[in-house]
Design a protein around this ligand. Structure first.
Ligand code: GDP
Length: 471
């Protein structure tokens, strides 16, 4: 154990001891992790959640709101001075301003503290004063969780696995060519190192555009302020038994180890290990529309992501967690406003099937889990239209490209969730093959009544599951 890990270990112990003495005047702190792969909907989710907790007119399913016990909600300086602040004001202005547009997506970790003043429940509620609950929302890319698996691998093993994976993907042809042709035993040449890194990163970007999601190292696609640094300047190379010192192979091996020690471990130790509740957002509709290969890839990636929540999965993680675990995990299929509500139960069932393996593991570990279909920001309204003598349940929204309002039927979802995952994937060619591909909506132009947050679908139920018991 190094000094950093030891200090962390010690502070956990002290937290454990002091936590045993309950102090009624001490505010409750909930650290809520919000994650998901790129474009899953993290930024929109956090922005709408905070806006709806501040103006609670549409949050009746959050019990404390339904019971009228939340007296105030206000933003406060966050507890971690070195983490970027989630840019709530800019994102809210994008979504709810005069010309609504989607905000900039998550690129790195950020944090926001929303404090709630809550009246207690029960008989004594009239006699007791209000309590303060700090909700510390931590936004981070799901891609970073995939890096946990790297901790168990040497550079040679990671290279071998990655090159094997590349070999099966047409989109990797150029990168593979560049990596295979390299003399890894030659002396390191920084220009070559950068050329190889660019080829490899180019592959990761192209693979993501095709819908693949198993794309490590996670920081290559979302580098934040590490862009261009040596820890992000390496690529897989065919294994070498006896690469000399100072060779390209040895230097890439050193950088890979530095990436694990200086990038991956600090994230898990300083941020991941402190999360109490977690929401994992998933663009399941996007994957279903792309077809069986994308769904299968998403299922596997979800299992990998959620492996991080399974104690014992990784020795380093067990050591830093010290028995602490995430208490609740919500798997939410986002952007459900693309579907009429009659299709929502199917989406929720599909989401459950998609994450079953992972959810089983988390349940085994003592975390409570739930699956839901939500829309953090509802951009559509519903209508039923006649089409060739049949009535179709459609949604109407403003198209991003033209600014015109139009009604669409996205297509059918697989009826039996098992079919989504079965080997044959029967009828897969028919999944969401209606208008879904052209349903690119802008956020609606809203005039909110005082006290109302932006419209959503089941965001209040999601909040009840995640934090309701603490209010
Ligand atoms: P992030 O990368 O996880 O932060 O994803 P964002 O929150 O930026 O969302 C990515 C995109 O998904 C947005 O730009 C929107 O186009 C779309 N989106 C996210 N949430 C919703 C939603 O609730 N409804 C609709 N219709 N689109 C959404």
């Amino acid at each position: 154990m190094n000094i950093g890990d030891f200090a962390h270990h010690l502070s956990r112990r002290v937290e454990g001891l002091t936590g045993a003495v309950t102090d009624p005047f001490r505010p409750t702190v909930i650290r809520l992790g919000v994650t998901g792969l790129a474009r899953a909907g993290k930024t929109v989710f956090i922005t709408s959640l905070v806006a709806n907790l501040t103006d609670r007119g549409r949050m009746s399913q959050l019990r404390a709101v339904g019971e009228g016990r939340i007296e105030a909600a206000y933003l406060q300086p966050q507890p971690d001075d070195t983490l970027p602040r989630f840019d709530y004001e800019a994102h809210r202005a994008a979504l709810l301003g005069d010309r609504p547009h989607w905000p900039e997506s998550t690129r790195a970790i950020s944090e926001l503290r929303l404090s709630l003043r809550v009246r207690p429940t029960g008989l004594l509620s009239g006699f007791q004063g209000t309590r303060t609950v700090h909700l510390d929302i931590v936004d981070y890319p799901g891609e970073w969780l995939l890096d946990l698996a790297l901790l168990d691998k040497s550079y040679a093993e990671w290279s071998r696995d990655t090159i094997e994976r590349l070999a099966g993907r047409p989109v990797a042809a150029d990168a593979l060519e560049a990596l295979k042709g390299e003399d890894a035993t030659a002396k390191l040449d920084e220009t070559r190192a950068q050329v190889l890194t660019r080829a490899f990163t180019g592959y990761l970007e192209a693979a993501r555009a095709e819908g693949y999601s198993d794309l490590t190292p996670g920081r290559f696609l979302l580098p934040g302020d590490l862009a261009g640094s040596p820890v992000l300047t390496f690529a897989p190379l065919p294994p070498q038994d006896d690469a000399p010192r100072k060779s390209l192979w040895r230097e890439f091996e050193r950088r890979f180890e530095a990436y694990k020690a200086r990038v991956v471990k600090p994230f898990f130790r300083d941020h991941f290990a402190r999360i109490d509740r977690q929401v994992v957002l998933v663009d399941a509709l996007g994957a279903i529309h792309k077809g069986p290969a994308a769904v299968e890839d998403l299922r596997r990636t979800m299992a990998d992501i959620l492996g991080a929540f399974r104690p014992g999965r990784n020795a380093f993680l067990s050591q830093i967690l010290m028995g602490k675990r995430v208490e609740k995990i919500l798997f939410a299929a986002t952007k459900a406003d693309h579907l009429h509500h009659t299709q929502h139960p199917s989406l929720a069932a599909l989401m459950q099937a998609l994450t079953r393996e992972a959810a089983d593991r988390a349940r085994f570990a003592g975390a409570e889990t739930q699956s839901m279909a939500i829309a953090a920001l509802r951009a559509t309204t519903e209508e039923t239209r006649e089409h060739h003598g049949q009535s179709l349940d459609c949604v109407r929204g403003t198209l991003l490209e033209t600014g015109k309002s139009a009604a669409f039927y996205p297509g059918d979802l697989p009826q039996d969730p098992q079919k989504l995952l079965g080997p044959a994937q029967e009828g897969a060619e028919g999944w969401l093959d209606g208008d879904y591909g052209i349903m690119s909506f802008a956020p609606a132009n809203l005039s909110l009544r005082p006290g109302d947050g932006p419209p959503h679908i089941r965001l209040d139920r999601a909040a009840q599951f995640l934090i309701g018991d603490k209010l």
